[in-house]
Design a protein around this ligand. Structure first.
Ligand code: ATP
Length: 511
């Protein structure tokens, strides 16, 4: 079948479309759905686990196996509670929480915006809105509505949005709750620690309290000396880890973007105290950016955000986030932080075990500094889906037009690499050859076998889950030269290919 395609009318896909696709095709389900779900938790279905595993494997191969200066680690999720005291998480891993006493809704103060309504230079009331892509416009509209409803005459000044952490004590009672629209029910912000607590052992008292880790990074710091003493490493070198982290987020939202259980891929790159940290930081930012491009994220949707110096923690030399343009706005995907020697120094002081190394050149001991690229697998997953999704109008050779949904995922991360399709399911010779090829491919790749339905329909099913190639076994295969039809997902072009060429193609594109 020859077909032509036109680019999608709107390249911006909505979150509703992505969520619906994830459910329909078995990428992601709500956790505990039959019990009404649990907010901030998700299950990855058959295709989701494959996609996620591919993201992890690409990162691990490129970050650890293909480099000489990085080694891996898998530390435990529950660590000694003193780890989290030394790291600063017990005292400071908090978000500012605001309660609405009437609706019982909870908000993160830095995501709750408000503005005074100023008419002829006088404040006549307040409006509020939750953070979004157009918070300022929403507040302006709310201020106009406020003035109209109260029939206030005069010139309305443009609103000056502030977040709730900046609200003065005398303003708090005047700011309306986003839930009720009425003032008087919001509490002043208070620090809410996001670590999940649990108990280790049979006792349920304070001495048994432990935490589910809110990041994987502390594992690398706490095991620094173990790796140094056993790993045959020398500076500069990195320790990488992939694993689950848990944060009791006040407002989990935007699907898997901000959840309470998620997966991180973090790497701590230890450098000499006199090393050029700025260059190293910049090199890692570029490495991370290139890696995202290598798994198919479009460069045009990536940008960099340098955290303002004034907002950095006292020990931090600099943090740059790689931002991604999601359907709900430009948001942090990957944080790359230059943390100095803070973490190792903290653990040395708290544990009483020195974390320094010996410099053969200067004959002096010092505590290494660190550059930390930290990224969430789930956020990459979502970014990949959002940029791969397209709806196209296609015309088949009979002139019929239809919409094809296609996920243009990079072959590196596509959950299914190739689909094997016998042209007809009632011809034993076609099915036998297709099964033989399928079994051979399966030993190396995630492959899908499909014999039901018209061939065009089968192609569409694979397009929707992002399978880069389909091979069709037809009469030429069994009666002539043994070649198959290879159909390419993005161009929909078809060509004849031998088995050896097929394996070579897959080998080249999937690594
Ligand atoms: P944010 O400001 O969005 O809460 P953060 O700056 O607290 O993120 P880090 O502590 O730097 O995030 O964590 C490193 C990475 O882990 C983030 O860049 C992100 O990709 C991922 N991550 C953090 N929190 C979550 C979450 N709740 N859900 C999914 N991924 C997360």
């Amino acid at each position: 079948m020859s077909a032509s395609s036109a680019p999608a009318a709107s390249p911006e896909v909505s979150m509703d479309t992505i969520v619906a696709l994830c459910k329909r095709r078995g990428f992601i389900f709500q956790s505990s759905e039959i019990y009404g779900g649990l907010n901030g938790f998700f299950d990855y279905g058959p295709l989701g686990v494959e996609l996620k595993k591919n993201i992890r494997d690409c990162w691990w191969n490129d970050m650890v196996r293909r480099r000489d200066d990085i080694v891996g680690l898998e530390s435990s999720i529950i660590m000694h509670p003193k780890v989290w005291v030394a790291s600063g998480h017990v005292a400071g891993f908090t978000d500012p929480l605001v309660d609405c006493k009437v609706s019982k809704q909870r908000y993160r103060a830095d995501q709750l915006f408000f503005a005074p309504v100023v008419v002829d230079g006088k404040t006549v009331g307040y409006v509020s809105a939750l953070e979004s892509d157009n918070t300022a416009a929403e507040l302006q509209a709310a201020a106009e509505e406020f003035k109209r409803k109260k029939a206030i005459q005069g010139a309305l000044a443009p609103v000056q949005p502030r977040d709730f952490t900046e609200a003065q004590p005398d303003e708090i009672a005047l700011i309306p709750s986003p839930a009720t629209g009425e003032p008087g029910s919001l509490t002043p912000p208070r620090a809410f620690n996001m670590m999940f607590e649990t108990y280790v052992g049979a006792l349920r008292d304070a001495s048994a309290v432990a935490y589910l880790r809110p990041e994987t990074a502390q594992g690398m710091f706490v095991d620094f000396k173990n790796v140094w003493d056993t790993g045959r490493v020398k500076l500069p070198f990195g320790i990488a880890q992939i694993g689950k982290s848990f944060r009791n987020e006040i407002t989990p939202r935007n699907f898997i973007f901000r959840s309470r259980e998620f997966e991180q891929m973090e790497m701590e790159y230890f450098i000499h105290e006199d090393a050029d940290w700025d260059k190293c930081h910049k090199d890692w930012i570029e490495w991370c950016r290139q890696w995202l491009i290598s798994i198919g994220l479009p460069e045009s949707r990536l940008s960099l955000f340098d955290h303002p110096k004034a907002k950095l923690a006292f020990y931090s030399k600099g943090t740059t986030d790689i931002m991604f343009k999601y359907p709900f706005g430009v948001q942090e995907l990957w944080g790359i932080a230059a943390r100095g020697s803070y973490d190792l120094t903290q653990h040395a002081e708290a544990s009483g075990k020195a974390q320094d190394v010996f410099d053969e050149g200067t004959k002096k001991k010092f505590v290494p500094h660190v550059i930390e690229p930290a990224v969430g697998v789930d956020r990459i997953f979502l970014a990949a889906l959002c940029s791969a999704y397209a709806e196209e109008q296609v015309t088949d050779e009979k002139g019929n037009t239809e919409t094809r949904v296609v996920l243009r995922l990079s072959p590196r991360i596509a959950p299914v690499k190739v689909a094997v399709l016998p042209l007809l399911k009632n011809k034993d010779a076609l099915v036998a050859r297709a099964q033989e090829l399928y079994k051979k491919l399966k030993r190396k790749y995630a492959v899908f076998y499909d014999e039901s339905g018209a061939i065009g329909r089968r192609y569409r099913r694979q397009d929707e889950i992002g399978t880069p190639w389909c091979v069709t076994i037809d009469f030429d295969t069994i009666e002539k030269d043994g070649t198959f039809t290879l159909r390419e997902r993005d161009s929909m072009r078809q060509k004849r290919i031998t088995e050896a060429e097929l394996f070579a193609l897959l080998d080249e594109k999937i690594s």
